[in-house]
Every structure is written in structure tokens, then in C-alpha cells.
Design a protein around this ligand. Structure first.
Ligand code: GUN
Length: 283
């Protein structure tokens, strides 16, 4: 079997077009969705992500504000800045780019962001709402994966989904969203015994481990849907995912490439969440 390639770039473009239309009509009602991104320190990868977020905001007609704070910013200073933005009616989304410098407690920072402006979907209140199936901000990468499945008409109910990786940002929430849509979910991680035995059971396999080419053909059942969340560099410095694309795409039914797979969906769903927050603010 040769897999259908899930084109995340195309789906993201379609969704961004829809979001831009809604932004435009919201502006007609006097509200421009506004996202603040806070970047603390000089992490190189973070800077690239943050620039892309700003650029996409502008493309879609939203207001975007980048607040850059130096590496030596104290936790108290950062928390005070968040409080200020929590109280600013023109700001609908607050995103603090992770990772933060070691002297700042990420949990405290996330819990200080108002759940009403937590467009990352990282606040425990929003995670709790997601777990109980309530309407809330969903974390952007898992949300983007669910949208890709929907757009390609891939049903989830009754399927066996295997998630490799258990991060708070991707692994845990994507498993929960798949469960919410009635999949049977298995989580695998670094301590899982005989990983391939588990992953070969998957109708839907999500790889979110951060190791280049970690998932090979022997891990994959014929015809499976393979979602690759990895953004890695191989030995040659080339962008690659967690899945050995060439060999797995010969066996899978559907596969997301890297780049142009899950990646473009993450920022798109951040824009979607910011738009929803702005809409809520006028209700
Ligand atoms: N760092 C890497 N991914 C993310 C993300 O989705 N949100 C935030 N805030 N930081 C990140």
C-alpha cells in the first residue's frame, strides 16, 4: 500500500481563510482579535516560532503584540506582566513561549494566565474541561491533529489509537481528544516494553517523541493512519519527523509528512482559539 499524504499546509490554508473571514466580520462589530506572545530570553527555536505566530496574526487581520523580556527577568516581573495583560480588554489571547529560563516556574506562569485568555489550552482549568468533554480552548497541536483527521474523513470512533509520547503539550492531550471521540487509546513512552508490539495494534498511530526516524515500518500495521508530530533535524541538518517517512509511507494508509503535515496546523489552531476568545468577549 502507498499512503495518502495528509497535506497539513492545504488544510491550514483553508482554515486560515475561514478564520480571516470571521476576523473581518468581527472587526465590523468593532472588535479586533488580539494575541500577545511573551518571549523570555534568547532561545533560538522559540524566536522562530514566535516570529511565525506574529506573521500569521497579521496575515489574518488580527492584532499581535510581541513582548520580549530579557533572560534575567524575574518570575515576579513575568507574573506581574501577565496580570496586567489579563486585565487588558484589547487582549484576547496570552501565550508565554516555552521553555522558560530555569529560574522561572512554568507551572506558576501557566496558572497565572487567565483561563479565559489561555489560547494555548495549557491552564489546568482548561485541561480539566477538555478531559470532561466541555467546550474550551484545546491545546493547538492536538487540536490540529483532530482537524486533519476530520478533514480527511478519517473516523475515530471504535478505532485503536496508539500515542507514542506523553508530554503535557502533545501526547497526553491528543490521547484525551481521541478518547473523547470514542477511540480506544493506548499511551506508549520510554518505559514501554516491546513498543513495536503495541504500535502494530494501532489503527491510528501518533508519534510525538522528538527522535528522528524513531518509528519504522516494523512499528506500523498495514493501512494504519500515521500522524508524525516530530520536528527534528537529521545528521545532515535536514528537517525530519519521528517517522521514517519513506518506508512507512509504503505501508500506511495515510501519513502526515514533515514539513507540511501537523506543523502548519499548530499555528492555525492558535489563531482559531484567539478568534474564539475575541468572540466570547463580546457575548
Ligand atoms: N513551545 C513549543 N510549543 C509551544 C506551544 O505550543 N506553546 C507555547 N506556549 N510554547 C511552546
Amino acid at each position: 500500500m502507498t499512503a495518502v499524504i495528509i497535506n497539513g499546509r492545504d488544510v491550514a490554508d483553508k482554515k486560515k481563510h475561514e478564520i480571516a473571514q470571521e476576523v473581518s466580520s468581527l472587526k465590523g462589530q468593532g472588535v479586533t482579535p488580539g494575541l500577545v506572545v511573551i518571549l523570555v530570553g534568547n532561545n533560538h527555536a522559540s524566536r522562530t516560532y514566535v516570529t511565525n505566530k506574529e506573521k500569521t496574526c497579521k496575515e489574518l487581520g488580527m492584532n499581535s503584540l510581541l513582548i520580549e523580556m530579557p533572560e534575567e527577568t524575574s518570575e515576579a516581573e513575568l507574573l506581574a506582566k501577565i496580570e496586567e495583560l489579563n486585565n487588558d480588554a484589547a487582549i484576547h489571547g496570552i501565550l508565554v513561549q516555552l521553555p522558560l529560563p530555569k529560574h522561572i516556574d512554568e507551572t506558576k506562569v501557566i496558572e497565572t494566565i487567565s483561563p479565559l485568555k489561555d489560547v494555548d489550552g495549557f491552564h489546568p482549568i482548561n485541561i480539566g474541561r477538555m478531559m470532561t468533554g466541555q467546550n474550551t480552548f484545546l491545546p493547538c497541536t492536538p487540536f490540529g491533529i483532530m482537524v486533519l483527521l476530520e478533514e480527511y474523513g478519517i473516523s475515530v470512533a471504535g478505532k485503536h489509537a496508539v500515542v507514542v509520547g506523553r508530554s503535557n503539550i502533545v501526547g497526553k492531550p491528543v490521547g484525551q481528544l481521541l478518547l473523547n471521540q470514542h477511540a480506544t487509546v493506548t499511551y506508549c513512552h520510554s518505559r514501554t516494553k516491546d513498543l513495536a508490539e503495541q504500535t502494530r495494534q494501532a489503527d491510528i498511530l501518533v508519534a510525538a517523541v522528538g527522535i528522528p526516524n524513531f518509528i519504522t515500518a516494523e512499528h506500523v500495521k498495514e493501512g494504519a493512519v500515521v500522524i508524525d508530530v516530530g520536528i527534528n533535524r537529521n545528521e545532515a541538518g535536514k528537517l525530519c519527523g519521528d517517522v521514517a517517512f519513506a518506508e512507512v509511507s509504503e505501508k500506511a494508509g495515510y501519513i502526515t509528512p514533515v514539513p507540511k503535515g501537523v506543523g502548519p496546523m499548530t499555528i492555525t489552531m492558535l489563531m482559531y482559539n484567539t478568534l474564539q476568545s475575541a468572540k466570547e468577549s463580546i457575548n
